[in-house]
Design a protein around this ligand. Structure first.
Ligand code: CP
Length: 326
């Protein structure tokens, strides 16, 4: 079957989900990102790989980290960046999403970064645009958040380089989490041998084991001897009705405290995609503690998003160009 994310030569054409992407492409993105980390340390934090290109940020759902880091990443690649304010755009007058896209293409947009509350929104746009335009999914409903999954892999690889020797636990609201889906697909594709999910039954998709994960319902057994703990936010905005007794009860059972983290390996790292609900899924002492890599995740997100945009724009050798075109 044709993969809409790859062109006929197997190169990245759109980034819509991690599911369906070969390990070769995931590693290429991570390796390319490695070469962009150093750009932030230069006096002039720019490379010219996207000079003359226009990147349009279309965020139909709120965002702090993803939107800002995509904007910074595009600017560091020397692109012109338009971040459409959807609230003040003609969407509020009834314009369809495809009409909005067509109008931006008429203004010579080259790349769209799309966040939407509906699963499939980025696929829908990718199917519509002409061949020379690229689409990146910046989070669609509960389906996928591929750049978050990739920046999480990049962060894990930085602290735990041997991915083939890791035990990883994903904790919390897996049911509503596009981040969890992307993380699971990325971890299993990259060859992490043991991926666990820890959650109450009400917050797990049916047959989640089919994704290649081991299921735990309590932190005591689930966190035992893991190398990496990936916390998830309770996605209250996607819940229909009460799925939990209370936030306090949830924190007591599934909230990550230092006591619970002590069940993991002593050098285990803690990730959270943000935004965090302190005192609901994670205690502040852990979020701000020495095992937390939550802010490095944000920083690495810029390099990962630069890598994705540079590869889409045709720089299959983008990594080496980052060094040579300083
Ligand atoms: N992790 C993440 O997607 O955060 P934002 O919603 O702030 O972009």
């Amino acid at each position: 079957m044709n993969n809409p994310q790859l062109d006929a030569d197997g190169r990245l054409r759109h980034l819509l989900s991690i599911e369906g992407l070969p390990k070769r492409i995931l590693n290429q993105i991570l390796d390319t990102a490695e070469s962009f980390v150093g750009v932030a340390e230069r006096e002039v934090k720019k490379v010219p790989l996207l000079r003359g290109k226009t990147v349009c940020n279309l965020f139909f759902e709120n965002s702090t980290r993803t939107r800002t880091t995509f904007e910074i990443a595009a600017k560091r690649l020397s692109a012109d960046v338009i971040s459409l304010n959807v609230n003040t755009s003609s969407q509020s007058k009834g314009e369809t999403i495809l009409d909005t896209v067509d109008n931006l293409i008429a203004m010579h947009a080259d790349m769209f970064v799309v966040r939407h509350s509906q699963s499939g929104a980025a696929h829908f746009i990718a199917k519509h645009v002409p061949d020379h335009i690229h689409v990146i999914n910046a989070g669609d409903g509960r389906h996928s958040h591929p750049t978050q999954g990739l920046l999480d892999m990049f962060t894990i690889r930085k602290y735990k380089p041997d991915l083939h020797n890791l035990r990883v636990a994903i904790v919390g609201d897996v049911l509503h989490s596009r981040v969890a889906r992307s993380e699971i697909h990325a971890l299993t594709t990259l060859g992490v041998p043991e991926v666990r999910v820890i959650a109450p039954k009400t917050l797990l998709p049916t047959q989640v084991e089919k994704l290649g994960v081991h299921v735990f319902h309590d932190m005591k057994t689930g966190l035992k001897d893991v190398d990496v703990v990936m916390m998830l936010r309770l996605q209250n905005e996607r819940m229909n009705g009460a799925m939990l007794p209370s936030a306090q009860e949830y924190f007591k059972t599934y909230g990550l405290t230092q006591d619970k983290l002590n069940l993991a390996k002593p050098d285990a790292i803690v990730l959270h995609p943000g935004p965090m609900n302190r005192g609901v899924e994670i205690d502040s002492s852990v979020a701000d503690g020495s095992q937390s890599v939550i802010l490095p995740q944000v920083t690495y997100g810029i390099a990962v998003r630069m890598a994705v945009m540079a590869m889409l724009a045709g720089g299959q050798n983008s990594g080496s160009q980052a060094g040579s075109q300083a």
